[in-house]
Design a protein around this ligand. Structure first.
Ligand SMILES: Cc1cc2nc3c(=O)[nH]c(=O)nc-3n(C[C@H](O)[C@H](O)[C@H](O)COP(=O)(O)O)c2cc1C
Length: 467
């Protein structure tokens, strides 16, 4: 098949929802493993380097990733500064502004707290970024839940009811502000002298229980109209917020069963708001250490996490329910230990940890498989990542994945060169960007202003539980 026909075929698959989405986690500039900043070839000053972020986003764009995803507190996220970098960007919007100027297609998604920001500020920054990037912005609208973050605002974390109540109002208000500059209002006709159709740029006069704004917001539509809403969270209140507003959910799940249940919960919530469940894509995380051989990948992980091994081994005891001898890190678990081991029902990673232990790896190597991390971890050749992604995707557990490479410096390229081609060959991932905007590349429906199906100006205030 010639390449233009191949692209058309992929376009059709994407439209039919048959291809997965891939995002790149871009945090502190080093990678997802704590020791990444000290690895050979890594500039230890990347924490403050906008050039490094640009380079990393460009690497993801080379691999046709649909978006980069920047988490944010804002705070340091519980790292020990003595030995570790903070987890986040210096400022997510400034990073994305720099990346916008040096990339062409990749979506730019930043986290912005609905708990501690004024909606007008968020509306303005995200729409300006959307215009600047020619329609590639996404807003990960989250509620903040860390007291360390609250302390930066001189506050305490409000109740869930209050956080999600404010979140619902904030997203609606912001979308109303985005729509307050009419879609066709900007005339900029030098001959007639008409700059804009004044009557189409109107105040919104939103006054809710938690937030308010008069408006309008003086920003015309971007090429995709307005930014895409993302959400990250897993509670029933998160399902409700995302089901109402989000096109993409950044998730975290360790098993296919859990991911499928989460995906279904978000899809059901979308249906309750009269939306088509395919309008919301569930994207769980995947951490990667990709190398041609499993042994090379394991050695890389061991080097990265050396200092954490005793702590992780101690935790592994609880996951497996057996005592482990930390002085015998280089030996496999004995038959007696394996027979006595019982995966902890309190940690969804435990079954996988036991499976790895039963393969006969040493204690050090079991840990190097990433059995104790924030997401499922692939430590090995690219095909293992592709197999994992295909299995989850085809089981209805994921619409795509957000990838956290161990070390960004070469880990993004490893994924792009070793995993992406396999997924493309299998018809599971697009060969080329479908369009210029994030909306087109996600297959998200057109929207400008608030979606009338979910607006409280028409409906009742949604139910928010106080758990
Ligand atoms: C995968 C994932 C990513 C998240 N990323 C962020 C983030 O970048 N910043 C943030 O403040 N909260 C983040 N959160 C936290 C959620 O927004 C939320 O505060 C937390 O899950 C508690 O929510 P709950 O009150 O609904 O239980 C994330 C949550 C998940 C599951």
């Amino acid at each position: 098949m010639d390449s233009s026909r191949e692209i058309i075929k992929n376009k059709n698959n994407a439209k039919a929802g048959k291809q997965m989405l891939i995002g790149l986690h871009l945090g502190n500039g080093y990678g997802s493993q704590p020791g990444a900043w000290r690895m050979p070839g890594v500039d230890p000053k990347n924490y403050t380097s906008f050039d490094a972020r640009v380079k990393q986003a460009q690497a993801a764009e080379r691999g046709k990733f649909q978006f980069i995803f920047l988490p944010d507190g804002p705070g340091a996220m519980l790292t020990d500064l003595e030995t570790e970098s903070p987890s986040f960007n210096l400022d997510v919007m400034l990073t994305l502004a720099a990346v916008a100027r040096e990339t062409k297609r990749i979506g730019l998604v930043a986290t912005g707290s609905t708990t501690f920001n004024e909606p007008f500020n968020l509306a303005r920054q995200f729409k300006a970024l959307d215009v600047m990037s020619h329609g590639r912005a996404g807003w990960n609208a989250v509620t903040s839940s860390g007291e360390d973050v609250a302390a930066n605002y001189g506050r305490r974390i409000p109740s869930s009811e209050e956080r999600y109540g404010r979140a619902h109002e904030t997203v609606q208000l912001i979308q109303e502000l985005w729509g307050s500059w009419g879609k066709e209002a900007w005339v900029h006709n030098q001959e007639s002298g008409q700059f804009a159709k004044k009557e189409q740029v109107v105040p919104i006069n939103y006054k809710g229980k938690f937030v308010g704004s008069r408006g309008p917001l003086y920003i015309p539509p971007s090429e995709q109209g307005q930014p895409i809403i993302f959400h990250a969270g897993g509670s029933p209140n998160a399902h409700e917020l995302a089901g109402r507003f989000a096109n993409v959910v950044i998730g975290a799940a360790f098993t296919i069963e859990d991911a499928r249940a989460q995906r279904n919960a978000f899809r059901e919530a979308a249906k309750r708001y009269g939306r088509n469940p395919d309008e919301i894509k569930y994207i769980p995380g995947l951490m990667t250490t990709i190398a041609k051989e499993r042994r090379t990948a394991l050695d890389r992980r061991i080097k990265l996490t050396e200092g954490l091994i005793p702590q992780r081994a101690a935790y592994l005891q609880q996951m497996l329910g057996i005592p482990l001898d930390l002085s015998r890190l280089n030996e496999p678990l004995s038959k007696e230990q394996l027979d006595a081991a019982r995966p902890s029902p309190y940690d969804p990673r435990s079954r996988h940890a036991l499976k790895v232990a039963k393969e006969g790896w040493s204690l050090r190597n079991i840990i190097a498989h990433g059995v104790i991390d924030y997401h499922p971890v692939i430590v090995g050749p690219g095909i293992e990542a592709a197999d994992h992604m295909q299995a989850w995707f085809e089981a209805g557990a994921a619409d795509g994945f957000w990838i956290s490479p161990d070390i960004n410096e070469d880990g993004i390229d490893a994924f792009v060169d070793e995993v992406v081609p396999i997924l493309q060959e299998r018809g599971l991932f697009h060969q080329e960007y479908e369009g210029k905007t994030l909306r087109e590349n996600l297959g998200a429906p057109d929207q400008y202003g608030v979606d009338s199906r979910v607006s409280t100006r028409r409906n009742e205030t949604p139910e928010i539980s106080n758990n």
